[in-house]
Design a protein around this ligand. Sequence first.
Ligand SMILES: [Zn+2]
Length: 213
Amino acid sequence: MSGSATAARMREFADETRPENAPQDWIETAVDIGSELRRSVLAQEWTVSRPECDGSCGAGEFIQVLRVTPNAGHPFGQVMDGWWALVDAGRFSPWFLHDGRALPHQRMPYFYGPRRWRTDCSIGSLTFFDDPLSAFSHDEAYFETAAICIRHRGGRRDRLLRAVRWGWCDRGRIRRPSADEPDGDRIDTDILSDVFWRVLELEGSPYLKARLE
Ligand SMILES: [Zn+2]
């Protein structure tokens, strides 16, 4: 993408994320709609603190991408290096394609949506929750989650609070944070992988690397 095209998309995105234009989900306290669900052994929950955020910051959000090995079920995602790759809850997700649920936001479908399960966002922290049952149905399933402060401290860009890689091989039996790493628990880092950005680009997402400070 050329520099001017990037700048134009950055301006467009900046307008869409002004507090007055932001989806209500971003600014309301998230409602716990997942606590009564029975959690599977795959359930994930963790909290990201926001020590440098203050009252001038925008809402917190998550963007999550995933890659799974194809199986014989209904296809979803798009093919990338032999994987089915997608932005979670986005327009190529089973959430949207097969389950008939709404996108978290029409123009910004890459945002996870606090009301999706139980994602509590406050000025002090973000709590992530997901129970990705689809990992039982694929030989390998790898997730990468970006925790983001939108328009950090009233600026024009967002702050990456944490990047987390996590997943499984052997149909949910063995934990492995990504296809390129040894077996183990999730990895917390402050760097998003190239795969993360490639999946967003594949999906035609207007969320650009340049958006993050
Ligand atoms: Zn902030």
